[in-house]
Write a protein that binds this ligand. Structure first.
Ligand code: GDP
Ligand code: MN
Length: 399
């Protein structure tokens, strides 16, 4: 689950990670109040106003602006709140900004130079271990750094038995080229960051940039925090940070019905039990000349309620030209699923696209009979090949 920058920073701070101090605001008036609370001395310091959306590249899109006094705070907040912010990560339609983070400008001049770094913590699935990935090239798009100057990206592998070791944190600070007070600060920063990553059950932290300030503090200026959804039951306070307005509405509805759903671009909706079978079904759809419109795993219990919820979600997609139901009756009996399909169909009423229903497993024959005798626009199949041919046929009829 993704959360906003301001929420990520709250979490980091609670684990002793130094962050750029800021206050979130929903309106320009609140932004001014927030700036007052930050007690900025505008003779020497400024404020930064940052759009809060679940996408990076906000700086490039005009979602990060400096303000040199309270009037400018109000002006910038007015400009940003309500804007449709387009960044390299949002797609051309952009994302509506409804909150801004009002934060202290930390790029102030001082005794030493400011320097931006990149630090992320993530799971390396191939190694089965967490790694800290870091680079001297902070504040830039890390994909570009990886492409053009891969030797400037370092990785430190963490042994889960002992966690991040002191020598590893010092090596990271050394490779980043910080010395003196900043070295100590960086060691502290990296250690706290790794502790926070483990304790929060996160799947990714990406802090870009990590800033060494001109007075040798090390702080998180940005925070992309991705929490492992499967561990949210252990963190009720983090679960409450979910912002569904940032997510695909179809996926939000699906998760409310406990369906495992991913929206895709194709023309054949599918309803399957089990993730592996869902993947195989998507392959079959391609083989039949279609493109999957979604990934949908209804889970172990495919009853009339889950089938109905699944139908309703798939039918919201205007690209869907056919629906393939592919359910294996192992734990659940095929005839019960068939009855569920028939009941759901009757309850919804007029389903405008053909349905191919392939039920295999316990009581498959009885299930086919139920479907065939229902009088509804549902084609039945038992063999997978049969189902694939039916998909090809109904798509051809509509072409
Ligand atoms: P992103 O573009 O979505 O990754 O948002 P960031 O939080 O990383 O901000 C983008 C860029 O804005 C950073 O790389 C900084 O260069 C700049 N920036 C962020 N905060 C401040 C600040 O307090 N002062 C100044 N001068 N620049 C900032
Ligand atoms: Mn950033």
């Amino acid at each position: 689950m993704n959360i906003h920058e301001y929420q990520g920073k709250q979490i980091l701070k609670s684990f002793g990670v130094n962050v750029q101090e800021g206050i979130v605001a929903d309106t320009p008036e609140q932004a001014v109040e927030a700036a007052k609370q930050l007690k900025i001395d505008y003779n020497s310091d400024w404020v930064v106003i940052k759009a809060q959306i679940h996408a990076g590249g906000r700086g490039k899109g005009g979602g990060v602006k400096l303000a040199k006094n309270l009037d400018e705070v109000k002006q910038r907040a007015t400009d940003i709140i309500g804007m449709q912010l387009v960044t390299p990560q949002t797609g051309p339609e952009g994302k509506l900004v409804s909150k801004v983070l009002v934060a202290q400008d930390v790029y102030y001049p001082g005794a030493s130079e400011t320097k931006e770094f990149y630090i992320s913590v993530l799971l390396d699935r191939a190694k089965g271990r967490n790694i800290i990935m870091y680079s001297t090239e902070g504040g830039m798009d890390i994909e570009e750094v990886a492409e053009h100057t891969p030797h400037l990206i370092f990785k430190e592998e963490i042994d889960p038995k002992v966690g991040l070791q002191g020598f590893q944190a010092r090596k990271i600070a050394f490779n980043l080229g910080v010395s003196g007070v900043a070295h100590k600060e960086m060691v502290k920063f990296v250690s706290a960051l790794y502790k926070a990553y483990e304790a929060t059950d996160s799947s990714m932290f990406e802090i870009n940039p990590v800033l060494k300030t001109s007075d040798d503090k090390v702080i998180a200026v940005d925070a992309k925090v991705n929490l492992d959804e499967n561990a949210l039951f252990r963190h009720a306070d983090y679960a409450a940070m979910r912002d569904v307005t940032e997510e695909d509405p179809m996926e939000v509805e699906a998760s409310a019905s406990n369906l495992n759903f991913v929206n895709l671009d194709g023309n054949v909706g599918c309803m399957v039990n089990g993730a592996g079978l869902a993947m195989a079904t998507m392959d079959i759809i391609k083989l039949a000349g279609g493109e999957p419109a979604n990934f949908l795993d209804v889970g172990g219990t495919a009853n009339a309620q889950t089938v109905k919820a699944a139908f309703n979600i798939i039918l919201k997609d205007p690209n869907v030209k056919a629906i393939l139901i592919n359910i294996f009756g192992g734990i659940v009996r095929c005839d019960r699923v068939a009855q569920g399909v028939i009941d759901a169909y009757k309850e919804i009423g007029n389903i405008p696209v053909p349905i191919i229903c392939r039920l295999q497993g316990t009581n498959a024959e009885e299930a086919k009979k139920l479907i065939d005798e229902s009088g509804l626009q549902v084609y039945s199949a038992i063999a997978l090949k049969e189902a694939a041919d039916l998909v090809t046929k109904v798509l051809a009829e509509q072409a």
